[in-house]
Design a protein around this ligand. Structure first.
Ligand code: ZN
Length: 337
């Protein structure tokens, strides 16, 4: 097998993918039609729409996609199609991010959305053999009171929800006010993650660790600016969910070959590779892995180690993790044979 085919064949686990960010262009056109909005109206217009000047512009496009989702049932198709793509990249398990309040504030019902997602997830498990759990993003822009309200919603309907996250505009909304919400989520048995160090400096990551007690950091690009933070993350075994293509597309990092994931990996940090918003950034898990090989010199075994990191730091139960690691090793031996 050629190196690139080996990389595509590697078993993978995705820890950081937004369900709305994986809406396919054709599916967006269907949503646009159902919503009765004017733009985008063709695949060409979707392509233009998915070009970003900077991070804030990306957030505004993302919000316009949210406007197009008008029926809870639409999530069944959206998540199924997301998992179909993942299965094509030999992803075995996905920890998908869902910002329920983005839709609740637009009049949709949390419980019905979670039920629709789980219908799509069950169908994908049966037909494609790919697993998926849900992590709910509190979205920092809405404030900590809404964060508490989202936890109330999770208490009402929590099937397959395993974690919470804090995404949104990192710059204007630091982690500290969410301390109580994260404490409560921990008491509810949920795992804790935050987007941090994506557009803001190391302090944002320190705050996510110190105030929120996160187990994993989404992005963590600016960890590379602070050696003491890097050392602390390594010592604590906190995982960095790297999203290299996303960081280039939003202008956070100038190019893949300048992405700090190389350094994180070389320093022995637990780091995973993820597609973030694959449709909006025109990427997928194979592309992420291939880019690391082409631009940063990651070998097949390096990339397999990254797959193992992702399983080891996933939110799967321990027995399932051990089983998956064994399966990954068996597949790997076949690939390199
Ligand atoms: Zn993200």
């Amino acid at each position: 097998m050629e190196t690139e085919d080996q990389i595509k064949a590697l078993p993978k686990l995705e820890q950081h993918i937004h369900i709305v960010g994986s809406v396919r262009p054709e599916t967006l056109l269907w949503l646009v039609e159902e919503a009765g909005v004017e733009f985008p109206n063709s695949l060409k217009e979707v392509e233009q729409f998915f070009q970003y000047k900077d991070f804030d512009h990306f957030i505004s496009v993302y919000s316009k996609v949210n406007d197009c989702i008008t029926d809870e049932r639409q999530f069944e198709r959206i998540v199924y199609e997301m998992l179909e793509k993942e299965a094509q990249c030999n992803v075995k398990h996905v920890e998908a991010i869902f910002s329920t309040y983005d839709h609740v504030r637009r009049g949709l019902n949390h419980g019905l959305m979670i039920k629709a997602l789980n219908r799509g997830i069950r169908k994908a498990r049966e037909e494609l053999g790919v697993g998926c759990t849900i992590r709910v993003d509190l979205v920092r822009n809405y404030g900590s009171e809404v964060g508490m309200k989202v936890l109330d919603l999770i208490e009402e309907e929590h099937e397959n929800i395993v974690a919470i996250d804090l995404g949104g505009s990192e710059g204007g909304f630091p982690p500290a006010p969410y301390k109580e919400a994260f404490k409560r989520a921990g008491e509810m048995g949920l795992h804790l993650v935050a987007h941090a160090g994506e557009v803001s400096g190391p302090k944002s990551v320190w705050d996510a660790i110190n105030y929120l007690g996160v187990e994993r950091i989404g992005h963590g690009v600016s960890v590379s600016m602070d050696p003491s933070l890097l050392g602390f993350i390594k010592k604590q075994g906190i995982t960095i969910e790297a999203c290299p293509v996303s960081n280039v597309k939003t202008g956070v990092v100038p190019s893949i070959n300048q992405h700090p994931i190389r350094r994180f990996y070389d320093e022995g940090l637990s780091v995973s590779v993820n597609s973030d918003d694959p449709s909006m950034f025109r990427t997928d898990m194979n592309q992420e892995y291939l880019q690391l090989n082409r631009e940063l010199g990651f070998t097949v075994v390096d990339l397999f180690n990254i797959s193992l990191n992702a399983v080891a730091s996933s939110f799967l139960p321990e027995t399932q993790k051990r089983r998956m690691i064994e399966e990954f090793q068996k597949e790997y031996l076949k690939i390199i044979a």
